[in-house]
Design a binder for this molecule. Structure first.
Ligand code: FAD
Ligand code: SF4
Length: 346
């Protein structure tokens, strides 16, 4: 039997790459660092996904099932690749546990790391219990307990969602836009309003970037659920012991604001995977100057990197949506297959 393809990372991109190769009749070894496949939507317990409104556990769960149930795909969990040597069509990957895998090509789908809001201390996370992140609210909703104030378990009557937390912020070294958080926040605001119709939800923004068809979520949030959008510069989040207080400037009317809320939600961004330095060194590929895995030859080889025979896809290369990550996973898989068959450059 010929050597398998190696897919590293079992999130949407990796599941898609593995499935595409298996569908083309190839064998695959998928190596996932954690004990569970599905990537961020499963590990972080996302609720309903944009744009489809499907529950993450169902949508991504079905991607996991078709990979786990495929006898052309071997899944290895709780493992990482420690070294990777050789040349295209003839690589050897050595896992941390010592197992060696001969492989024709590798597709890195190692994803991102959620921004840790403690790195934005003036916005109150970690100091006040009712300052939470979008991932925590996703978990409240997907866990079926509803949106509640962590301080007292009560449903909030006023919620502020602050955009661009850990994105577009040069002061803390995060210059990129995380691409999906405006849309996720608009969706989340609607979910809160549906569950708690008496709760007022405000979104504080610099710009709204609900790109492409996602603009529909923006309009629906205002027209159907009366979510209010305020263009502002937030200076700090404090507390009076009960309410959390958002302070800053309304940049449309150019007036200072000091507004009490029951809950403040940080729309956290997508940092480069904390493992990226190690991954780049193990696989001998370049990093983008912001710390993501770097793509090369963007218009020639889908998912190509600085090393022939090693490909990248999904949020490993920068903030991405799930459907783009799935598309890139399948695209990188086809690049790898074409290279092995001698049809396209490495
Ligand atoms: C709060 C929030 C909500 C979101 N909601 C949506 C939404 O509704 N719709 C949407 O389109 N997008 C959404 N996104 C974006 C979505 O999370 C990403 O598009 C998606 O997770 C990217 O998939 P991926 O497979 O590239 O990476 P990931 O999901 O990050 O998966 C990477 C996988 O690789 C594994 N891994 C990491 N390092 C290694 C290693 N060294 N070796 C082996 N395995 C490794 C990880 O454990 C993980 O399983 C949201 C993002 C955030 C922050
Ligand atoms: S998608 Fe929206 S919230 Fe996210 S970083 Fe870009 S502008 Fe900010």
């Amino acid at each position: 039997m010929s050597d398998p393809f190696l897919v590293v990372g079992g999130g949407p991109a990796g599941l898609s790459a593995a499935h595409a190769l298996a569908a083309a009749g190839e064998s695959v070894v998928l190596v996932e660092k954690t004990g569970i496949l599905g990537g961020a939507p499963i590990h972080s317990g996302y609720s309903k996904l944009v744009p489809t409104g499907e529950w993450a556990k169902d949508a991504i769960g079905s991607m996991v099932s078709r990979v786990v149930g495929n006898d052309r795909i071997e899944v290895i969990t709780d493992e990482v690749v420690q070294s990777f040597d050789g040349s295209p069509c003839n690589f050897t990957a050595t896992l941390r546990g010592g197992r060696r895998i001969n492989t024709k090509a590798a597709i890195l789908c190692t994803g991102f790391t959620h921004f840790d809001s403690v790195n934005k201390p003036e916005w109150g996370f970690g100091r006040f219990p009712d300052v939470v992140t979008t991932t925590q609210v996703e978990q409240m909703i997907s866990g079926g307990h509803g949106v509640r104030r962590p301080s007292n378990g009560e449903p909030p009557k006023r919620v502020a969602i602050l955009l661009c937390v850990g994105s577009r912020d040069r002061q803390i070294g995060r210059e990129w836009c995380s691409k999906i958080c405006c849309t996720v926040s608009a969706k989340m605001a609607m979910e809160i309003r549906e569950e708690l119709p008496d709760c007022h939800v405000y979104i504080y923004y610099m710009d709204i970037r609900t790109f492409g068809l996602y603009e529909e979520v923006y309009w629906n949030s205002q027209e159907e659920q009366k979510v209010k959008y305020i263009k502002a510069r937030i200076a700090e989040v404090t507390s009076d012991g009960d309410k959390v207080i958002v302070k800053g400037e309304d940049t449309l009317v150019k007036r200072p604001i000091t507004i009490p809320f029951d809950m403040v939600v940080h729309a956290i961004g997508m940092d480069p995977n904390v493992d990226n330095m190690t991954i780049a060194s193990v696989f001998g590929i370049d990093l983008h100057h912001w710390g993501y895995l770097k793509r090369e030859n963007t218009y020639g080889v889908m998912g190509g990197t600085s090393r022939e025979g090693v490909y990248v896809a999904g949020a490993a290369i920068g903030p991405e949506t799930i459907d783009d990550s799935i598309g890139q996973g399948a695209g990188a898989a086809m690049s790898a297959l074409g290279m092995v068959k001698g049809l396209v450059p490495a």
